[in-house]
Design a protein around this ligand. Structure first.
Ligand SMILES: [Ca+2]
Length: 195
C-alpha cells in the first residue's frame, strides 16, 4: 500500500446490526486493510463496492448521457473515466458535446476529453477537447463503436463536460457509399435503389 494513502474509516468490534455509512473515494483506487492479532477470532466482515459516477458502458442503447464526475460542479483531480458505446452493426454513433470547461493546455496535455472511433483507445482519435466552450460540438463515428475517455491530472480543475449520444440508423460510410453508388437493397447495411 502506498505511503500517501489517507484513511477514510476504521472499524472494529461487532456491528452486525449497525452498518457504517457508505464511504466514497475521490480517486480510482481503494485499499482495504484487515488486521487481526494472535488470539480470539470472530466471523470477520463482508464488504460491497460499486464504481460510482465515472465512465460506463452502453450496449445497443438508442441514446444516453455522459458527464464528468460532479458535473456541473468541478471535477476531481487525478481521475480517468472511460465510456464504451456499442450500437448495432451497420449503425453509427453521434456524440454531441454540449459544453466543456477543462484546464487548458497545448495539445490538451493536462485534462482532456478524447473521443475514439472504435472499441478502445487504440482506435483512431476522432476529436479531443480541453479549455472551455459553451457551444455544441458534434462527433460522429464511422462504425458501430465509440470510446470516450475523460482524464484529469493532479491540479487545476474545471466544470468538466456534458455530452449526449444517439444512434444513427445508417452508418456514415453507408451514406457516403449510397451517394455515389445508387446500389440495390442487399441487406440492412446497403442502400435502397434510387429511381
Ligand atoms: Ca487539471
Amino acid at each position: 500500500m502506498p505511503d500517501d494513502v489517507t484513511s477514510l474509516g476504521r472499524f472494529c468490534g461487532n456491528r452486525a446490526h449497525l452498518f457504517p455509512p457508505p464511504i466514497a473515494t475521490t480517486k480510482r483506487i481503494a485499499y482495504v486493510k484487515f488486521k487481526s492479532d494472535v488470539s480470539v477470532a470472530h466471523n470477520g466482515f463482508r464488504l460491497e463496492w460499486v464504481a460510482n459516477g465515472c465512465g460506463g458502458r452502453f450496449v445497443n442503447k438508442p441514446a444516453g448521457v455522459l458527464m464528468s464526475p460532479n458535473y456541473p460542479d468541478v471535477y476531481p483531480n487525478s481521475v480517468e473515466c472511460l465510456w464504451k458505446i456499442t450500437v448495432g452493426f451497420g449503425m453509427s454513433i453521434e456524440l454531441n458535446v454540449l459544453e466543456y470547461d477543462m484546464e487548458s493546455a497545448q495539445e490538451c496535455y493536462f485534462d482532456s476529453l478524447t473521443v475514439y472511433g472504435g472499441p478502445d483507445e487504440t482506435s483512431p482519435q476522432l476529436s479531443q477537447f480541453c479549455q472551455r466552450r459553451t457551444t455544441n460540438q458534434t462527433v460522429t463515428s464511422t462504425g458501430n463503436n465509440m470510446f470516450v475517455k475523460f482524464k484529469t491530472d493532479g491540479s487545476v480543475r474545471g466544470k468538466g463536460f456534458k455530452a449526449t449520444f444517439k444512434t444513427l440508423p445508417q452508418g456514415k460510410w453507408r451514406n457516403i457509399f449510397c451517394q455515389f453508388t445508387y446500389s440495390f437493397i442487399l441487406s440492412d447495411t446497403f442502400c435502397q435503389l434510387s429511381a
